[in-house]
Design a protein around this ligand. Structure first.
Ligand SMILES: *[C@@H]1O[C@H](CO)[C@@H](O)[C@H](O)[C@H]1NC(C)=O
Ligand SMILES: *[C@@H]1O[C@H](CO)[C@@H](O)[C@H](O)[C@H]1NC(C)=O
Ligand SMILES: *[C@@H]1O[C@H](CO)[C@@H](O)[C@H](O)[C@H]1NC(C)=O
Length: 217
């Protein structure tokens, strides 16, 4: 009797597991993420992968100290930002999609747009947008994106929101974070390894404390 239970449990686990293993995530043509200032990602620098939600206050607060570290370490620090829309921030996916649209239309506008989102994110929180339609939120975000991407880009940005490729790119960003076990933002990886106290803003001293020893400083 007992061995029958064990056998059926094993069978259940085996069938369940092989089912999980079968679900192949879509493989993107290019690896996800926006490289800050096109720094070399491979080689002699410390590589930081930062998962940011443009609508998350802790992501916003962690960006200025990281930028300071980028200035300090120069070519010894490479930063790749992965947009990661948290499901409980209603407008986060639209914002992440806007970042992909910006990256497509004018690559050098991606980080300026991220900074605009950080500056203005309170306007796009759940409560102030509760009564707004999705179309109206996309319109507001498109107008914000134009400020980074360049004047005369409004119609290109609007059609970017109709382009299934930018939707797919934003989904890949989300799935990429999930595949790395990201559960909140900001979430940092140093040379591929997750920082265990991710989820809250890291200050400049915190960055130095981790990076200096890696560079033998
Ligand atoms: C949304 O609209 C309703 C009806 O006009 C109003 O009663 C409510 O206070 C509004 N909510 C917010 C969060 O603005
Ligand atoms: C691209 O974006 C950058 C950063 O916002 C801006 O300075 C530049 O003028 C934009 N390029 C065009 C062609 O509008
Ligand atoms: C986006 O698609 C909708 C529905 O297909 C269409 O009505 C709208 O005109 C399109 N907008 C742009 C800017 O292409």
């Amino acid at each position: 009797m007992e061995s029958a239970v064990v056998a059926s449990l094993l069978l259940f686990l085996f069938v369940g597991w092989s089912h999980v293993a079968e679900a192949q995530l879509p493989i993107p043509a290019k690896i996800d993420g926006f490289v800050y200032k096109r720094a070399p990602v491979w080689g002699h620098s410390v590589v930081v992968e930062a998962f940011f939600d443009p609508m998350c206050p802790d992501s916003r607060d962690s960006w200025p100290p990281l930028k300071k570290a980028l200035k300090h370490y120069s070519s010894r620090l490479s930063v790749v930002v992965h947009p990661f829309p948290l499901p409980y921030h209603s407008n986060a996916f639209i914002a992440c999609r806007a970042l992909h649209i910006a990256n497509k239309l004018n690559t050098s506008s991606t980080f300026p747009l991220l900074e605009l989102f950080f500056k203005q994110q309170e306007k796009y929180y759940n409560t102030p947008t509760y009564n707004m339609s999705r179309a109206s939120i996309i319109h507001h975000i498109s107008k914000l994106a134009v400020r980074a991407i360049g004047k005369d880009s409004l119609s290109a940005v609007q059609s970017g929101f109709n382009d299934s490729q930018t939707d797919a790119a934003a989904r890949i960003s989300f799935k990429y974070g999930c595949s790395r076990g990201v559960t909140g933002t900001p979430y940092f990886f140093f040379n591929g390894m997750p920082l265990s106290d991710s989820g809250s803003a890291l200050d400049y001293k915190g960055w130095k404390g981790i990076i200096d020893p890696l560079l033998g400083m």
